[in-house]
Design a protein around this ligand. Structure first.
Ligand code: GCB
Length: 595
């Protein structure tokens, strides 16, 4: 038992090398200065603010924020006379001219800052889609790739008391070798899409921590606390005031303390989403968080939450803002979307197809909604390109780094509908191993491939299934695959003794468009499709969850049909204006029966 414990504790501690420039955990509990609001912005389709006319990176790019020194000086840009864009927010929905724009926009924000002794300062971005090059006072501080995960750069030695200018080049050009790749079914909203802030920390500070129930236990907490700075050898105390827990540990020379103690706690669940205040005290820093404790595991085809079988009554959600459209970014957006999921009867959401903003996860934690979180390894990724794998691994690390202390998150998903090949399998196996090395406390899934073995039998034998804890399958019987009643004749088989979540199914309907149940795009067609789907799903013996596609209509460049789609994927159970379609109530009815 002891050996098992030591091994499982070691597995909870990520390799220190990978953490060196890592994300600062839980910046909300620190002194921060928001940089949200209007930023000056220059649209730069030819990237002439970056390259000279020979297409070489220029020393005098827009990041210098230059001003003419005399009336004869030639400078061809001026941030302060340019238009502004709101941060957080995508640029596409802020200006008609930028609606379809994919390329570079330069952002600039000025600020003053009074530095205090023995502190460090970081600039933190909730997300920037897709690539961000960050400069402070004309100096490069870093680059980040990936549109949906947070990142931070230290600016302690660059910041001045007055007149700082922070310039960010954000480029959302799609690339074949990127993650996601060229083809997706969602809008490529560009920009500084989530909150931006300055984060102040002590010289040596709590950089990261994981405090969760240990795998295989419901009364034992494990994890790590990691310091960053010069004074790496410190005593750390973890306190949970409500049950009177206070446990001390010592960090090693890398600044890492392994956490391990017994605790009798009320477990977090959808019925009782209990969060405890957890305080971590070091000699030079302290931090607090609200953490829920629950176990999740599988046994045969069961998913067990706190040791008891659970059926995941779910729904998929894109990070599309209700009512106003564009990227969702606020707590109110999260409350609206998760509120609708709750109304549907859901205890589970699949946050597709990339990590959503942190408000979604925090609200899910508070509301008791289980979460499947995924990275945008979607469709036809360049499986054989090592930098693409590195990029996907990094996005996975950043997703886990941000949300590893959230009880709501029970599933990390590594891929969506990726076509079978050896290269794909080894790429995804690599991601799975990586996810497990960063987090032993959650289940791993993916939306896999499945196929017909005869006219009426769907077979799940994608080789990826062997490496997953939970099988995910997307199917569009009744929409891309036959008519709704085809589902009545279908049988599902699986090669694996594992739980299945039907991670997508559905069809399009424009809200308010009516007709008979066999007329495409009508609410009646969609309603009918859901009835046949549900009857089929009920017959799958190893089904342990469902997440229909999708809660709300979302923008997609692939969907131009005039007067019906108008660049919206209309598979929402709710329209983008918040109107519930007939199918919503069919699904709700099923979930009520399953409660
Ligand atoms: C899928 C994809 C999803 C699409 C959906 C559709 O299988 O996973 O991203 O939006 O189908 O509507 O076709």
């Amino acid at each position: 038992m002891k050996i098992f414990l030591v091994i499982s504790l070691l597995l909870l501690v990520p390799s220190v090398g990978a953490q060196q420039v890592g994300l600062i955990a839980n910046t909300d509990s620190r002194k921060t200065i928001s940089l949200d609001g209007q930023w000056q912005a220059i649209v730069d389709p030819y990237e002439s603010g970056f390259y000279d006319y020979r297409y070489r990176p220029s020393d005098n790019g827009y990041f210098k924020n230059a001003k003419p020194k005399s009336k004869s000086d030639l400078i061809e840009y001026d941030f302060d006379k340019s238009a502004s864009l709101k941060v957080p927010g995508d640029w596409n929905t802020q200006s008609e001219q930028l609606f379809f724009y994919e390329g570079t926009v330069w952002y600039k924000k000025s600020f003053d800052y009074q530095r205090r002794p023995n502190t460090r300062l970081f600039v933190y971005f909730g997300a920037a889609n897709y690539q961000a090059d960050v400069y402070l006072n004309g100096q490069k501080v870093g680059q980040h790739e990936g549109g949906f995960t947070p990142f931070n750069f230290e600016i302690t030695n660059l910041v001045q008391t007055n007149g700082n200018f922070l310039v960010v080049k954000v480029d959302n050009k799609r690339r074949r070798d990127a993650v996601p790749t060229l083809m997706t079914d969602w809008w490529n909203y560009g920009g500084l899409t989530r909150n931006v802030k300055l984060v102040e920390t002590p010289a040596t500070f709590i950089h990261d921590y994981s405090i969760q129930l240990q795998p295989g236990f419901r009364d034992r907490i494990g994890g790590f606390v990691k310091l960053s700075g010069d004074k790496l050898n410190q005593r750390i105390t973890v306190r949970i005031p409500e049950p009177g827990i206070s446990k001390s540990f010592t960090t090693d020379r890398n600044g890492v303390a392994v956490i391990d103690f017994n605790a009798e706690l009320k477990l977090w669940s959808p019925d009782n989403p209990k969060l405890y205040e957890v305080i971590i005290e070091a000699e030079t820093d302290h931090i607090n968080d609200q953490i829920g404790f629950r176990s999740v595991e599988t046994r045969g085809v069961e998913i067990l939450l706190n040791g008891k079988p659970i059926f995941l009554r779910g729904v998929c959600i894109h990070e599309e803002a209700p009512f106003r459209g564009g990227r969702a970014y606020s707590r109110e957006d999260a409350q609206t979307l998760l509120g609708w999921a709750r109304e549907l009867g859901a205890n589970f959401v699949r946050l597709a197809h990339y990590p959503h903003n942190e408000f979604m996860i925090r609200e899910a934690d508070r509301m008791g909604i289980l979460v499947w979180s995924e990275i945008p390894v979607y469709w036809t990724i360049l499986w054989e390109n090592p930098p693409t794998l590195e990029n996907a691994r990094n996005q996975l690390s950043e997703m886990i780094a941000r949300d590893k202390n959230r009880a709501a998150v029970v599933i990390w998903s590594v891929a969506n509908e990726t076509p079978l090949s050896n290269a794909r399998l080894s790429f995804l196996k690599n991601l799975i191993t990586h996810a497990r090395s960063l987090d032993r406390t959650r289940l791993i899934s993916a939306a896999m491939e499945r196929h017909y073995i005869n006219a009426t039998t769907q077979m799940i034998d994608d080789p990826l299934g062997e490496y997953l804890d939970v099988l995910g399958c997307n199917e569009y019987v009744g929409w891309y695959d036959g008519l709704p009643d085809k589902a009545d004749r279908l049988e599902w088989k699986s090669k694996y003794q594992k739980p299945l979540i039907m991670s997508e199914f559905g069809g399009d309907a424009r809200y308010g468009h009516h007709g008979d149940p066999l007329t495409r795009w009508t609410e009646e067609y969609q309603e009918n499709l859901y009835r046949h789907q549900i009857a089929m799903l009920k017959r799958i013996p190893f089904l342990r969850g469902a997440s229909p596609w999708i809660l709300m209509d979302f923008r997609s460049p692939r969907r131009p049909l005039p007067n019906i789609q108008d660049y919206w994927n209309r598979k929402g159970l709710i329209s983008n204006r918040g109107e519930k379609k007939k199918a919503f109530y069919v699904m709700q009815q099923w979930y009520r029966e399953r409660e």
